[in-house]
Design a protein around this ligand. Structure first.
Ligand SMILES: *Cc1c(COP(=O)(O)O)cnc(C)c1O
Length: 385
């Protein structure tokens, strides 16, 4: 058995060592790192709301009115009026009977999956699902079947062979490292036909996709109704923190009874709920943020293609440039950094072996000129043959 130190050295030698940057500024189009101002294309703050003055004031006001912390779990005495109001507003926004707040998206996925499946159950997972859905499946000790990415034909065959009752299909709605969309319409049909439920994790679609920002279901024209269950996060396009699950009343009541990551943890600070209520209003009242964001994405794709980069099948603000080896991705990220641009290299095990990449993300806080600067800098890197 190698010591921890030896394992760390090995990881470093393989260019897989992970390190944190320390930001000396709020999140935004530009951030300060090591005294250097960098143009950043890496946050999930898609609508530029993390630093929005109105959201920040709502947080400060919320803290003054409701205190710094919730002081207990939701079921004990930590469920305050702001949490309750936010749940009602989120349900109305996405169009479900109810919504339930969780402290993080990671915990929401763990909670829902473990509440709905046990070791006698069966789960179907897209191979490229987010780590939180993968861990959720492990926690249940149910039988886990991973289907090839977005492959509904294969999934149908697997479902037809299923010997266990009440299957659950788990998918990212927007894949977090590739930016492509799950075939939600087909997955819904399959789920309905096979008596399965479909948990769609719309961490990257909510607020961003669909005319009204209701996310991947709205974008795909798929009604959000059983058997679908929506998981949405609040730390990305909403610019704050937390997550929610939306669905029919019986689902939400079941989660309140059974979801351990809901029951055994402190409710998020009520001020965060107040800030999120303000974000939710902005998401609905300022559609220009989505329009601008999608225009930036189109501008980037056009320019990157003109420079000879091969792009992924993504129309979302997640635009990976797949470079292959961890070394290549790290080198490209370093060269961008030297030019004052921050784009992280994403390496295995976050993405499959041989598909290390630059994960470029856009925000409504960016300007066209900033996207052009990224394109000009990328053009100086050697494009893939
Ligand atoms: C970020 C993310 C999560 C986790 O959400 P947090 O609120 O950050 O814990 C879950 N699923 C996907 C697809 C994500 O990208």
């Amino acid at each position: 058995m190698k010591t921890l130190h030896e394992q760390l050295l090995r990881r470093r030698a393989e260019n897989l060592y992970r390190e944190r940057l320390v930001l000396d500024s709020p999140q935004g189009a530009e951030v300060v790192v090591d005294g250097q101002r960098l143009l950043a294309f890496c946050s999930n703050d898609y609508l530029g709301l993390a630093g929005d003055a109105r959201v920040v004031s709502a947080l400060a006001e919320g803290a003054r009115r409701w205190g710094a912390g919730s002081g207990a779990s939701h079921l004990v005495s930590g469920h305050l009026r702001p949490h309750h109001a936010l749940e009602e507003e989120l349900a109305a926004f996405v169009g479900t009977e109810r919504a339930l707040l969780f402290s993080t998206g990671y915990m929401a996925n763990l909670g829902v999956v473990a509440a709905l499946a046990d070791r006698h159950g069966v789960l179907y997972e897209d191979k490229l699902n987010h780590a939180s859905l993968i861990d959720a499946a492990r926690l249940t000790r149910a039988r886990v079947i991973r289907y090839p990415h977005a492959d509904v034909v294969q999934l149908e065959t697997m479902l037809a062979d299923a010997s266990r009752p009440a299957p659950l299909i788990l998918t990212d709605a927007v894949f977090s490292m590739d930016g492509d969309l799950a075939p939600l319409g087909s997955l819904m049909k399959l789920a309905t036909r096979h008596g399965a439920r479909l948990l769609a994790d719309d961490a990257h679609g909510l607020g961003v996709l669909g005319e009204n920002g209701r996310g991947s279901f709205e974008q795909g024209g798929v009604p959000l109704a059983p058997p679908a269950i929506l998981m949405g996060t609040l730390g990305k396009a909403f610019g704050t923190f937390g997550a929610f699950v939306a669905g029919e009343a019986d689902l939400i009541e079941t989660l309140i009874q059974r979801a351990r990551t809901y029951i055994y943890t402190t409710a998020l600070p009520p001020a965060v709920a107040e800030a999120t209520r303000t974000s939710l209003k902005i998401v609905q009242e300022e559609p220009w943020r989505r329009t601008h964001l999608h225009a930036l994405v189109a501008r980037f794709r056009h320019g990157a293609r003109a420079s000879g980069f091969s792009l992924a099948e993504s129309t979302t603000p997640i635009q990976p440039l797949i470079l292959g080896s961890a070394d290549a991705a790290l080198a490209a990220s370093r060269r961008l950094r030297d030019a004052g641009i921050l784009v992280p290299a994403i390496r295995p095990p976050t993405v499959p072996e041989g598909s290390a990449r630059l994960r470029i993300t856009f925000s409504a806080a960016h300007t066209e000129a900033q996207v052009d600067r990224l394109l000009e800098t990328l053009a100086t890197l050697k494009p893939q043959p």
